[in-house]
Design a protein around this ligand. Sequence first.
Ligand code: MSP
Length: 510
Amino acid sequence: MDKHFYITTPIYYVNDVPHIGHAYTTIACDVLSRYKRERGYKVFFLTGTDEHGQKVEKAAQANGETPLELADRVVKRFQSLWDKLDIDHTDFIRTTQERHKKAVEEIFRRIETKGDIYLGEYVDWYCTPCETFWTETQLLDGNCPDCGRKTDKLKEESYFFRMSKYQDALLRHIEENPEFIQPRSRRNEILSFIKEGLRDLSISRTTFNWGIPVPGNDKHVIYVWFDALTNYISALGFPDDPDGNFKDFWPCTAHVIGKDILRFHTVYWPTFLLAAGLPLPEKVFAHGWWTVEGQKMSKSLRNVVEPNMLVDKYGVDAIRYFLMREVPFGLDGDFSHSALVHRINSDLANDLGNLVSRSTAMLNKYFAGVLPESGPVDEIDQTLSQKFADTIPVVDKQMDDLAFNKALQSIWELVSAANKYIDDTAPWALAKDDTQKERLGTVMYNLLEAVRLIALFTTPFMPTTGQNIISILGGDPDAIRDDALFEWGGLQAGTKIDKALPLFPRIEAD
Ligand code: MSP
């Protein structure tokens, strides 16, 4: 049976332009998708944009355009950034698309038919910037407990979802599925929130228009989070499922999100699904937030890190590598130019870059660039290939845990092992002795085979670099989607391998 893997990013609001935080989640999902494809999975990787709601309506008004005009304009910025960051998503969902609207209406109707949606009256405090409702007791000095800004008191006719009815089922699900909320430290936060008691949730608004009308009562538009969360199934083709994607890919393997939107994904979304009689996602993983040079990123501080600029300056692979390597996924991290330059110089230029250039240069010098046969293997060769074999299941597990920084550490242990193999076997000494020609051939074969496997492991993180190396080794960069390719011995003797140009020039600190 085919192995399926479905991963999603949050859908991004179009009232803001993309920044490093958005790029972070999207790159992480791309890395994992690419890795899973290499390991033989059928992957569906979804990203998109969240285009309805009062925030977008207001931002459009302020710009003198319609909400859809604003959305069309900002969506292009997201899409061009994803191209620039080498994001290989399967689909891009926009909540203004007809296919999405159909799915939202259907899930609303299913829950309503079940008797879990009713019309009532709603008094609450609403934080517009966060699109979040708070009860009076949750407010801090009358302000939003998340962002500290002022909230508005609202009283209006509203449809309610009987979320309270699903409190016990949800608690049981979280308790029985320790993998459901990750990292584990975030589970307790959600468990205690649920144990405080779930209220019914207001899921419609009459105070603005920019949204999907409630089926059968178009005075109301559907609450933006009810609308937005449904993207994860509308993109698969729910409810009609014309391509069978819903059948093949739901439930989702992982929703990857930032820690600020965990509650929506682990309380609201699963209760909607329970009520609609649909299976719950396998896991929700909340990553941390980036600060910039020690400060919170904000428009007013003018320190928002613009990913396009970073890519122009340092190159896409260096940025992808840095974001995945620098901070354990799940913890907060700080972005600084000096840390980035340090990583590029030490890990990329020094460790990886030198390995590739030394290996290919020696092959050209000693064998005119034609890969020799591997002769009888010594213990030192055996140790090297064993280390690679042992690392595969380790990296598999680290990737399943979304422990990207650990996976890169494991991969860099391979880079060090290969560099050390050069020092220990000293090919330059073997080259001086004609009787050692066969031994030199074996060493060069093993060394370039190590480089090939390192390229396979690094491709999901740094697609251009990885594919570059594979092309230099005479392999087909598009053909790297087969488990067997991770087995030692994939390189063919006789292959012509050119000398590699430097992959990552060193950067002098400003
Ligand atoms: N539209 C909602 C999500 C709906 S999903 C059904 C939304 N959009 S957002 O554009 O405001 O945020 C998207 C993601 O960006 C969130 O996961 C958030 O955590 C992330 N980040 C925003 N700023 C960030 C940092 N400074 N650092 C890391 N991630 C950050 O929420």
